[in-house]
Every structure is written in structure tokens, then in C-alpha cells.
Design a protein around this ligand. Structure first.
Ligand code: AR6
Length: 182
């Protein structure tokens, strides 16, 4: 499924984020930047140790206390097909009354801002926060698709943003959000 937002295309597919051949894939990281499970674990295991080395440098030089929720940093893509990895920390779901949607929107927004600042044109996202961090996928999909649409309408240097959903069910949920929002 594909939509237009401003001059860019938004794609929704079922697949593996670590296989994407784009300027940057976005990692649903944690504030340590030192890896974990889920998509984070998959990126580090497939991308090799170079990504982790760069993350350690970023921790030492810029974020000694860890990357705050909603913030993003960029590394190279190591041995991945993607040229770069943008590491962002999504919010942990705590019931919905703790600014989770604002923080999730900020995570998507700051990832795209960093992509633009680095001259990138194509970006692929996973469903941030809906795995280990427990954010309900239906709620998260509206925030994610809405944030990407709003950003692209405002900023025309990006060419394509792709949501890569790991299951058919998640793809259907994101497609529904996109149909409602576009
Ligand atoms: N490609 C696309 N999506 C994937 C892949 C993949 N290869 N692998 C998993 N997903 P999660 P979070 C989906 O838990 O909720 C980590 O330990 C998965 O099915 O990866 O933001 C970090 O280090 C789900 O839909 O991220 C943090 O500690 C989505 O990606 C914490 O988990 C996000 O699930 C972050 O939790």
C-alpha cells in the first residue's frame, strides 16, 4: 500500500527491517544505545560490531547518562544494506496517561529531522514501542502514520518513508490507520 504526503511517498509493507535497502532504517532502541532484543537485537546482530562501537562513542561523547525518550542519533549501517541506522528511544506504555503519544510522535519526528539534517532521502521505520515497550499497536499506528504524514507535508526533501511491519496483523492495523489519515 502506498500514499502521497507532500512530494514524498509513504509505503506500508510486511517484512524485515534489517533487509531494507534505504538511506536509513530506524532502530527502536533503548536509552543505553547498547543493544537489546526485538528489532534492536536484529539490527546489531546483522549489522555487525561497527554499529555498537559507534553507539558506544555516542554514549561517551554526547549522552553519558543515556539517550532520552523521543531523541534520535545516527550511525552508519555497518554491514546492513541500509547506509545508516537512526537509533531512537520510544516511550514505554504505562497506560496512556504519561504523555506516551506525545513522546511517540516526537520519536518519529526527531528521526525524520535527523534524516533530513544528514541529507537522506529514504527512511524505513519499524513499529516503534509496540513490542517490548507494550504500546498498543492500534493506538501507536495512528500516532506513527500521523507524525510521518505531518512531517512530510511540511518538509519536501525526503522522497520515501516506509513502514516495515513484522506481521500481517500489524500491517493490517497500520493500513487501517493510513486509510483513515490519508
Ligand atoms: N523487522 C521489523 N520489525 C521487527 C523486527 C524486524 N526484524 N523485529 C521485531 N520487529 P521491539 P520496542 C517488530 O520490542 O517495543 C529492545 O530490547 C516487533 O514485532 O523491537 O520499541 C530495545 O533494546 C514489534 O512490532 O521495540 C528496547 O529495550 C516492533 O518491531 C526495547 O526492545 C517493535 O518491537 C524497545 O521496545
Amino acid at each position: 500500500m502506498e500514499f502521497k504526503a507532500g512530494t514524498a511517498t509513504v509505503q506500508l509493507i510486511k517484512g524485515d527491517l534489517t533487509d531494507q535497502e534505504v538511506d536509513a532504517i530506524v532502530n527502536a532502541a533503548n536509552s543505553t544505545l547498547l543493544g537489546g532484543g526485538g528489532v534492536d537485537g536484529a539490527i546489531h546482530s546483522k549489522g555487525g560490531s561497527k554499529i555498537l562501537e559507534e553507539c558506544k562513542q555516542l554514549r561517551a561523547k554526547e549522552w553519558p547518562d543515556g539517550l532520552p525518550t523521543g531523541n534520535a542519533v545516527i550511525t552508519t549501517g555497518g554491514s546492513l544494506r541500509a547506509k545508516h541506522v537512526i537509533h531512537v528511544v520510544g516511550p514505554i506504555w504505562r497506560g496512556g496517561l504519561y504523555e506516551e503519544s506525545k513522546l511517540l510522535r516526537r520519536a518519529y519526528w526527531n528521526s525524520l529531522k535527523l534524516a533530513v539534517a544528514n541529507g537522506l532521502k529514504t527512511v524505513a521505520f519499524p513499529s516503534i514501542s509496540t513490542g517490548a515497550y507494550g504500546y498498543p499497536t492500534a493506538e501507536a499506528s495512528k500516532v506513527a502514520v500521523g507524525a510521518v504524514r505531518d512531517f512530510l507535508v511540511k518538509e519536501d526533501s525526503l522522497e520515501m518513508v516506509r513502514f516495515v511491519l513484522f506481521s500481517e496483523k500489524d500491517l493490517e492495523i497500520y493500513q487501517k490507520a493510513a486509510q483513515d489519515l490519508f
